[in-house]
Design a protein around this ligand. Structure first.
Ligand code: NA7
Length: 532
C-alpha cells in the first residue's frame, strides 16, 4: 500500500485538471505546489501587461460544459489577473485545494525497484509513497536569470518577469532598465514606459511582433461560440497548433506562388486581424527560407514604418527567420521607441560587462537606474523537470539520462522511469500549441492509462527503448523539415548557457493525438506493462 495512488507535481492548469481527473476515476492523489496559489505560469508571470497570446475563448478548459458556459472572459486576449482568477474559480468549483499542499517544493522522487513505488520528498519535510508520479511542472516555469558579474551589488530593485512580486514594482519617478526583448519584455515595455521617467532596453536579439488588436470581447461572438462550444473546440483541435479555426481565410498557396500584390493583401488581412495566426497565412512560411524571407520582410517594413528614428528602427529589425523564435504579439511595442524617454541599447554592439551598484555597465557606457527588470525568459520544457532530483530504476538520475538532451516516448514517458508521466513534456506538441488543449489531451490520456492498468491489475508502465529512440528520431525529423532549428530559440534550449541543443517540442497537434490514441488502443504499444 502506498500513501496515495498518485503524486502530482505542480498546481497550474495541468496539475489542477490532473487532480480533478484522478478524483473522477477514484484514485487518491496529493498535489504539491511551490506557489501559495494555483495557476502555475499564470501565478508567477504577473508582470505589467502579462497576457495570453492565445485568444481567451480558446485558452480555457473544455472538459465541463457548465464551466465553459458560466465563465465570462472580458477581452479577446485575457490579462494575467483574469486568467489567475479563472484558475482560482476552477480550484474552488471542483474543491481542488483540499488535495493541494501549497508553498511546498517537491525536491526528490525516487523509484523503489523492489516495491515498484515512488518515494516523493519535499522541502517542507513531506516523505510519501505513491504508485505514480505526474510531473505537471510547466514548460515556462523555471526562470532563466543570467549570470552577469556584479548582480548582487546592485543597490536598486530587481525583478524577473517570470517571478514577479505579488505587490508589483513601483516604477513611478524611476529610471528603469529592461534586459531582454522576448514576449514578456514586448508586453511589459509599453506599460513600464507609461509609468517610469526613463526606460533603457537592453536588446540581444530583436524579435518579430505582430499587433494583438486586443479589445473587449464582442458579446455576439461570445454567444455564438458558447452556442456551439464543443464544435468550436473540436474544430480547433484539427488545427496544427490546436487553435485558430476561426481566423480570416489565408490561402492554400505558397508565399512565392502568388503575386506581390496578392501576398501583401493576404498578409495585410492577417496583420489587421492581429495575433499569432499571422504566420499561418501561407502554407510554407516555416518551410523554405525564400518564403519566410518575404513574410519577414513584410514585418521588417512595418517596423521601419512605425519607428521614426531610422537607426533605432534598424536595431529593432530582426534578421533571423520569422517564427523561429516564438512570434510575439504586441500592443504598441515598436511605437514605444518613439518616446523621448525610451532608449534602446544593442548589446551585440556594446555587450553588458557587469551590473554595478548604480546600474548596468556595458563596454562603452554605464546606465544608472533604480530598477532592473530581467525579461530573460526560462529554462524551458526541461528546467522544472530537472529541478526535481528524479531517480528511476537502479538509481538512474533523469539529469543523467537527459545529459545529451531530453529523450521521451510521446513526451509522456521516459525509459528507466516507470509510472512517471510528464504533462506537455519534451517530445510532445506542448508549447507549439494552445497549451490548455495539449494539457487536457495529456491528462485524459494519462487518466485512461491508469484506469487501464488498474482494470488489468498491472503494476508498472514504462516506455521501451526502441519506441523512445524511434520517437526522438521522429520529433527531430519533423523539425528538420522546417526552419525552426535555424536560430537560437528556447525551443532548442539555446537561450540557456551550456544546455544541449535539441529541438524539444513536436510540430503538429492532430497527427500527434492520432498517434497517442493508436498507442492506447493497441494496449499501450511501445510501453512495457508488468503485472502486479
Ligand atoms: P524569451 O522569449 O526567452 O525572451 C528572453 C529574452 O531575454 C530574449 O530577448 C533573450 O535574448 C534575452 N536574454 C536572455 N538571456 C540574456 C542575457 N544573458 N543577456 C541579455 N539578454 C538575454 O522569454 P519571455 O519570457 O519573453 O517569453 C517566453 C515565452 O513566454 C514566450 O515565447 C511566450 O510563449 C510566452 P536572445 O533572444 O536569447 O538573444
Amino acid at each position: 500500500m502506498t500513501d496515495v495512488d498518485v503524486v502530482v507535481v505542480g498546481a497550474g492548469f495541468a496539475g489542477m485538471y490532473m487532480l480533478h481527473k484522478l478524483r473522477g476515476l477514484g484514485f487518491s492523489a496529493r498535489c504539491f505546489e511551490v506557489g501559495d496559489g494555483v495557476g502555475g505560469t499564470w501565478y508567477w508571470n504577473r508582470y505589467p501587461g502579462a497576457r495570453c497570446d492565445v485568444e481567451s475563448m480558446e485558452y480555457s478548459y473544455g472538459f465541463d460544459d457548465d464551466l465553459q458556459q458560466e465563465w465570462q472572459w472580458t477581452e479577446r486576449y485575457a490579462p494575467q489577473p483574469e486568467i489567475e482568477a479563472y484558475a482560482n474559480h476552477v480550484a474552488d468549483r471542483y474543491d481542488l485545494r483540499k488535495d493541494i499542499t501549497f508553498s511546498t517544493r517537491v525536491t526528490g522522487a525516487t523509484f523503489d525497484d523492489t516495491t515498484e513505488t515512488w518515494r516523493v520528498t519535499t522541502d517542507s519535510g513531506d516523505d510519501l509513497s505513491a504508485k505514480f508520479v505526474v510531473m505537471a511542472t510547466g514548460c515556462l516555469s523555471s526562470a532563466n536569470l543570467p549570470d552577469i558579474e556584479g548582480m548582487d551589488t546592485f543597490a536598486g530593485e530587481t525583478a524577473h518577469t517570470g517571478r514577479w512580486p505579488k505587490d508589483g514594482v513601483d516604477f513611478a519617478g524611476k529610471r528603469v532598465a529592461v534586459i531582454g526583448t522576448g514576449s514578456s519584455a514586448i508586453q511589459a515595455i509599453p506599460i513600464i514606459a507609461d509609468q517610469c521617467t526613463e526606460l533603457t532596453v537592453f536588446q540581444r536579439t530583436p524579435n518579430y511582433a505582430v499587433p494583438a488588436r486586443n479589445a473587449p470581447l464582442d458579446p455576439a461572438y461570445v454567444a455564438d461560440v458558447k452556442a456551439n462550444y464543443n464544435d468550436f473546440r473540436e474544430a480547433n483541435k484539427l488545427m496544427a497548433a490546436a487553435f485558430g479555426s476561426r481566423l480570416p481565410a489565408g490561402t492554400d498557396k505558397g508565399v512565392l506562388e502568388v503575386s506581390d500584390e496578392d501576398r501583401t493583401a493576404v498578409l495585410d488581412k492577417r496583420w489587421e486581424h492581429g495575433g499569432l495566426g499571422f504566420l499561418g497565412a501561407f502554407v510554407d512560411a516555416m518551410l523554405t527560407p525564400e518564403a519566410n524571407e518575404k513574410v519577414a520582410d513584410y514585418v521588417r517594413d512595418k517596423i521601419r514604418s512605425i519607428v521614426k528614428d531610422p537607426e533605432v528602427a534598424e536595431t529593432l529589425v530582426p534578421k533571423q527567420v520569422i517564427g523561429c523564435k516564438r512570434l510575439c504579439v504586441d500592443t504598441g511595442y515598436y511605437d514605444t521607441f518613439n518616446r523621448e524617454h525610451v532608449h534602446l541599447v544593442d548589446i551585440n554592439k556594446a555587450p553588458i560587462q557587469r551590473i554595478t551598484e548604480s546600474g548596468v555597465q556595458t563596454v562603452d557606457q554605464s546606465y544608472d537606474v533604480d530598477v532592473i527588470v530581467f525579461a530573460t525568459g526560462f529554462d524551458a520544457m526541461t528546467g522544472a523537470l530537472l529541478a526535481v532530483d528524479i531517480k528511476g530504476r537502479d538509481g538512474l538520475a533523469l539529469r543523467d539520462a537527459w545529459s545529451a538532451g531530453p529523450r521521451t516516448y510521446l513526451g509522456l514517458g521516459v525509459v528507466g522511469f516507470p509510472n512517471l508521466f510528464t504533462i506537455s513534456g519534451p517530445g510532445s506538441p506542448s508549447v507549439l500549441t494552445n497549451m490548455i488543449v495539449s494539457i487536457q489531451q495529456h491528462v485524459d490520456w494519462i487518466g485512461d492509462c491508469l484506469a487501464y492498468l488498474r482494470e488489468r491489475n498491472l503494476s508498472t508502465i514504462e516506455a521501451t527503448l526502441p519506441a523512445q529512440d524511434e520517437w526522438v528520431d521522429y520529433v527531430n525529423a519533423v523539425a528538420s523539415f522546417t526552419l525552426f532549428p535555424t536560430c537560437n530559440s528556447w525551443y532548442l534550449g539555446a537561450n540557456v548557457p551550456g544546455k544541449t541543443r535539441v529541438f524539444m517540442p513536436l510540430l503538429g497537434y492532430p497527427p500527434y493525438v492520432e498517434k497517442c490514441d493508436q498507442v492506447a488502443r493497441d494496449n499501450y504499444e511501445g510501453f512495457a506493462l508488468s503485472p502486479a
